[in-house]
Design a protein around this ligand. Sequence first.
Ligand SMILES: [Zn+2]
Length: 391
Amino acid sequence: MELLNTLMILGPALCLGAARPCLAQSGGPQAAEEVSAVVVYGDDKLVDGGDPLTDDRLQELLDSLCGLDPAPDDLIRDLQFYKRFRHMDDEGMTALIDSLFELEEVPYALVNEINLYTSQLPLQADVDRSAVLAWSPEVARPGAELYGEWITTRPNPYGPELSARDTLLQIKLVDDALNADFAMPVPPIVTSRFGWRDGRAHNGVDLDLEVMDPVRSAFPGVVRFAGVAGGFGRLVVVRHYNGLETYYAHLHRIKVQSGDVVDAGMMVGYGGSSGHSTGSHLHFETRFKGVPIDPSHIIDLTAGRLLCDTLVLKKTRWSYAAYPKGTRFHTVKEGEHLSAIAELYGTSLKSICQLNGLTPRSRLRVGQHLMVADLPDDPAGPASGRMAQVR
Ligand SMILES: [Zn+2]
């Protein structure tokens, strides 16, 4: 039991648990030295001023894990990964990340987090100068200029070359003039967040539902894929007019076929538990050019509304860093805490927590990057419908 507790302690720091992966939240290899566990499993304190996670302690843990039968392979792999990552220079990091792409299942979520962690965030002027992908509702094949061929036989036929030349883009999520709106696919009850989970990438969010609950398209678009796809089970993929794609997985029944034009809020199927799923839920993904983007950087998943009308995507070496337009970035300094940071930017504690996957009790690290934006703060707002502006 003792060992299990210790593992729980390591969980968040190693991007394994329900918490947001830690790597995005460190300031650099030096800051990674200061990683301390953050309590995310209920209110239990797991490490209270406990021993720092030293190399010796890591090695001790690894040794004890390897002696278990069966050995928790994924956890051991992640511990070893983490141990190496802590001591790397840029070159080493690059090589290690490249090796992630050789895994059978590329951990895009982890890659995304590392991206945010290592990327130079753009200046406001860069954002202002960058191209905006406008809605183009006339076309029968949305995003053709971005994606080329319209492929209906596979959910994700895109390779990294598709996004290789991107730098900084903005994606309009809604457009009043075109009546392009947003709808929450199902009521916003998150059971699992985007990120590194049990040693694997979780490329979307899980939203609770009962079998046969309706599942709706988030934005207007055209169904590109509708069918059974491995672990996704019954899956619908919708290409939207701004180039985003949304995935609706584990469906019980599919009610559309590829080529169908859907509006925001139109039903694409009934929720269920098909594919690799334990219990009925919607596995919902947002992708751009095949690269998964954390839906919680687009949608307020507690209120079921958009966070912003325009999403900024910055291409990094391995994927995209995505955040609402107007987001600022704060680097945590010695002695700072969340509410003081919120005050500094004239925003709410809730907004900062939500955008960064933190709780008000989360421990911060010096050098950690926090996203700061004024998110809509109207709990009485509609569960789906018009978004609120982010300045
Ligand atoms: Zn899922």
